[in-house]
Design a binder for this molecule. Structure first.
Ligand code: PY5
Length: 303
C-alpha cells in the first residue's frame, strides 16, 4: 500500500519536513537490518486522537533494542512525549499509524554495529485498513518462520521482515491475500505481520511464544477480552491440519486489527464468512480501542 504523507517527522529531537527526513546510504541499518521499530494505531473519535496501548508498544520497543545491544538515548517517557508532539505537529485528525524506529546510523561498516550511533525517528501518517475486513484467503507459506535459535522473532527488528516479505510476495503471486508461517518444527506460527487465532467449539487457540511468534499487543488484547467474555483461551502448539478443520480463524495485529480468515490452502474456513466468535471479538475490540469500555480505558492515551 502507498504511504499517505504527513507534514513532519521527528528525528532525534527535531521536527523535520516530511520530504527532508533522510538518512545517508551508508546507514548501518540499511545494509544489515539493524533497526527496531513499532507500529501503533491512533483512532480519531469524538474530536480527539485515541492512541492504543502506547506504553506497551514503547516497552516492547525498548525490549527489542535491548536484545540487540542498542541503548536508546531517550527514556521511555521521552519517546512517548515525542510521539504526542509528532501527532500534534501534524494536526492529525483521522485514523493514523505511528511508526517509531530506532536504527543504527552512519559511522561504521561491517557487522559490529556497537560504535554506530543509535538514532530515533517517529513518523505519524493517515492509515486505513491493512487487510480486507470481509476476510482474507490464506496459504501456508513454503517459507518457515525464522526460528528462535537463529534470529529472535520476539524482537521487532527490521531484519526479521525479509522473511515476512518473502512469504507475503509468494502468497500474493499465488493469488492469496496473506501467508501463514509454520515454525521450524512444523507447528503453526503466525502471519507475515499478524498473530493467528483458531476457534473450535467456542475455544480460542493461539500459538505460544516458543513457536517463535512476536508477542503481539493485539493478541494480548484479544486474549484479555475473550476471557472477559467468558471464552476459554489456550496458548498451545497447533498442527497444520487444525487450520483446515477449525470453525473460525482470524489474524490479530495493530495494522490487521481483527481480520477474519475465510480460506486456508483452498479449504473454506467455517462457512466462508466471518464466524460468530470472530465477530463478537471484533465488535468488542473496536469498542475497546475507542475507550468505550471502562475496564480497558487505561489502554488509551488521548491526544
Ligand atoms: N507478528 C508480526 C511478525 C508482526 O509484525 C506483528 C505486527 C504482529 C505479529 C502483531 O503485533 P501487534 O499486535 O503488537 O501489532 N506487525 C506490524 C503492525 O503494525 C507491522 C505490519 C506490517 O501490525
Amino acid at each position: 500500500m502507498s504511504i499517505s504523507e504527513a507534514k513532519y517527522i521527528w528525528m532525534d529531537d527535531e521536527l523535520v519536513e516530511w520530504s527532508e527526513a533522510k538518512v545517508h546510504v551508508m546507514t548501518h541499518a540499511l545494509h544489515y537490518g539493524t533497526a527496531v521499530f513499532e507500529g501503533i494505531r491512533g483512532y480519531w473519535d469524538e474530536g480527539v486522537l485515541k492512541v492504543f496501548r502506547l506504553r506497551d508498544h514503547i516497552v516492547r520497543l525498548f525490549n527489542s533494542a535491548k536484545i540487540f545491544h542498542m541503548s536508546i538515548p531517550y527514556t521511555q517517557i521521552q519517546i512517548e512525549e515525542a510521539i504526542v508532539e509528532t501527532i500534534k505537529a501534524n494536526s492529525i485528525k483521522e485514523n493514523c499509524y505511528i511508526r517509531p524506529i530506532v536504527y543504527r546510523g552512519y559511522g561504521v561498516v561491517g557487522l559490529n554495529p556497537i560504535k554506530a550511533p543509535v538514532k530515533v525517528a517517529i513518523a505519524v501518517f493517515p492509515f486505513g485498513k491493512y487487510l480486507e475486513e470481509k476476510g482474507v484467503k490464506c496459504c501456508v507459506s513454503s517459507w518457515r518462520r525464522i526460528s528462535i535459535d537463529s534470529q529472535p522473532p520476539a524482537a521487532k527488528v527490521c531484519g526479521n521482515y525479509v522473511n515476512s516479505c518473502l512469504a507475503k510476495v509468494e502468497a500474493v503471486l499465488n493469488g492469496f491475500d496473506e501467508a501463514i508461517f509454520l515454525d521450524s518444527h512444523g507447528y503453526v506460527c503466525e502471519g507475515t505481520g499478524e498473530n493467528l487465532f483458531l476457534v473450535k467449539d467456542n475455544v480460542l487457540s493461539t500459538p505460544p511464544t516458543v513457536s517463535g511468534i512476536l508477542e503481539g499487543i493485539t493478541r494480548d488484547t484479544v486474549m484479555t477480552i475473550a476471557k472477559d467474555l467468558e471464552f476459554k483461551v489456550q496458548e498451545r502448539l497447533i498442527a497444520r491440519s487444525e487450520l483446515y478443520t477449525c470453525d473460525e480463524a482470524f489474524f490479530t495485529g495493530t495494522a490487521a486489527e481483527i481480520t477474519p480468515i475465510i480460506s486456508i490452502d483452498n479449504r473454506i474456513v467455517g462457512n466462508g464468512s466471518p464466524g460468530p466468535v470472530t465477530r463478537k471479538i471484533r465488535d468488542q475490540y473496536f469498542k475497546v480501542v475507542l475507550g468505550k469500555i471502562d475496564k480497558y480505558a487505561d489502554w488509551i492515551v488521548k491526544v
